[in-house]
Design a protein around this ligand. Structure first.
Ligand code: NAD
Length: 435
């Protein structure tokens, strides 16, 4: 996808991610230049082309790829998406984001992402199964419990992960292969709490950030007015959990539009209406709003939990929230960051805000390697500890950057990337660059 809001602003996620990385580098003096060049491009990209027999007996050929951005801190980790418009460029950007996310949440993984160019809406379940199995066979040892571990992403789910595990297991008999993918069904070694992990991590991170007292005029989730873009996994879980924590959900949208109620929406009724009607639009006792209205809604916390590049140079000035929590990957452009910073709007960056998903994926991997099944309470407690630690180190780093006054005002995104880049560089140098 290569959209533009103006002649100047490019909305390609790969370019956005590169700009964010370049900005973070202006705050670092002590990382070797050659290493920085190494981080710009992925370590490896595997392209595969494969054919399957369709339900009508015709044959179709598909293109799939797996990008491993870096695995110095541990095996690659990242989702596989099935989408007609998925590109190597987009997947490379997401793989790099995974490298930074796994570093800041401090799980022993690197960053990876994959995709197959296909339209799942036009494919039967049997065709999707054949695509998945063939894709895994073609990837061969490019994935594995200790090399690169896929997970669900756009239009892939726990069923897809079950097929990946089964195919990999047939190819590698006689060993415990459960840890080759995360996001599996519970019966196959999935973790309790994985479904809600990203939304729960968002809440944990927001609460911890507010406890640090660095968001102007906002000290608690309880009582805050919250607007959410997206009613999928992350958006709907965030809605329920922020509501449980005492926030008032004043507006929410999906791809058809949205609904608002100043008195507060009831998450259960929003989810039930969406299930029944396919959209939140039309929910009784609400006002219908557009996605533009949502982003400019009068609220304390805005949670973009749908798509990338939603807040950009063209609409950042309209945002009324005090705090933006990036539940989606890459929902803000660098120009939006600048405009919001000048307006004193705090942005909790994606690589921290939505890292709860990969944290619980790590727990699933550990449970699989140890043949254990943790209780929900243990998963949730450990998630909270990791989110708290990530936010504490983020705020500490941000305060350190603030002392470099000659370089301007740092954002939390600058601080998050500085931590991640340093952690990765340290590990690479400790392991030693050899030959
Ligand atoms: P999902 O497919 O379950 O939900 C996406 C939601 O976005 C849907 O409700 C859809 O209606 C809505 N949407 C689509 N287009 C929209 C538009 N133009 N305006 C408003 N809403 C629109 O996806 P998800 O798993 O909830 O992921 C959402 C975001 O969070 C993505 O950026 C994803 O990469 C990121 N993320 C997800 C996880 C996870 O564990 N699921 C982890 C980390 C990051």
């Amino acid at each position: 996808m290569n959209k533009q809001t103006s002649d100047e602003e490019n909305l390609d996620l790969n370019i956005v991610a590169q700009q964010q990385f370049d900005r973070a580098l202006t705050w670092i003096d002590d990382v070797k230049a050659g290493l920085i060049a190494y981080f710009v491009n992925p370590k490896r990209t595997v392209h595969v082309r494969f054919s399957i027999t369709m339900d009508d007996e015709s044959v179709q050929t598909f293109h799939g790829f797996r990008v491993l951005h870096n695995r110095a801190r541990g095996p690659g980790k990242g989702g596989i998406r099935y989408h007609p418009n998925v590109t190597e460029s987009e997947v490379s950007a997401l793989a790099a984001l995974m490298t930074w996310k796994t570093a800041i949440i401090d799980v022993p993984f690197g960053g990876a992402k994959g995709g197959v160019v296909c339209n799942p809406k036009e494919l039967s379940r049997a065709e999707l199964r054949r695509i998945t199995r063939r894709f895994v066979i073609e990837l061969g040892d490019a994935i594995g419990p200790h090399t690169d571990i896929p997970a669900p992403d756009m239009y892939t789910d726990e069923q897809t992960m079950a097929w990946i595990y089964d195919t990999f297991d047939i190819l590698h008999p006689g060993q415990n292969n459960r840890a080759v993918v995360t996001g599996k069904p519970l019966e196959l070694g999935g973790s309790v709490g994985r479904d809600a992990a990203t939304g729960r991590g968002c809440l944990n991170a927001t609460q911890r950030l507010l406890e640090h007292g660095i968001v102007e005029n906002l000290s608690d989730v309880a009582g805050a007015r919250v607007a959410i873009q997206g009613v999928g996994n992350v958006g709907s879980t965030s809605m329920s959990l922020f509501h449980e924590a005492g926030a008032r959900i004043v507006a929410i949208t999906d791809s058809h539009g949205g609904v608002a109620n100043e008195q507060g929406l009831q998450p259960n009724t929003v989810i039930a209406h969406k299930k029944e009607c396919g959209s939140v639009v039309g929910l009784p006792e609400t006002v219908t709003i557009t996605n533009d209205d949502l982003l400019a809604f009068d609220c304390d916390i805005l949670i973009p939990a749908a798509l990338e590049c939603q807040i950009h140079a063209g609409n950042a000035a309209d945002v009324k929230a005090t705090l933006i929590v990036e539940a989606a990957n890459g929902p803000l452009t660098p120009e939006a960051d600048d405009i919001l910073q000048k307006r004193n709007v705090t942005v909790l960056p994606d690589i921290v805000a939505n890292a709860g998903g990969v944290a619980v994926s790590y727990f699933e991997w550990v449970q699989n390697l140890e043949n254990q099944q943790w209780q929900l309470e243990k998963v949730e407690n450990r998630l909270q500890l990791r989110m708290n630690a990530a936010v504490d180190s983020l705020v500490a780093q941000w305060r350190l950057l603030q002392q470099k006054k000659d370089r301007g005002e740092p954002t939390l995104r600058n601080a998050a990337l500085v931590i991640a880049i340093r952690r990765l560089s340290d590990v690479i140098l400790q392991r030693d660059i050899w030959m």
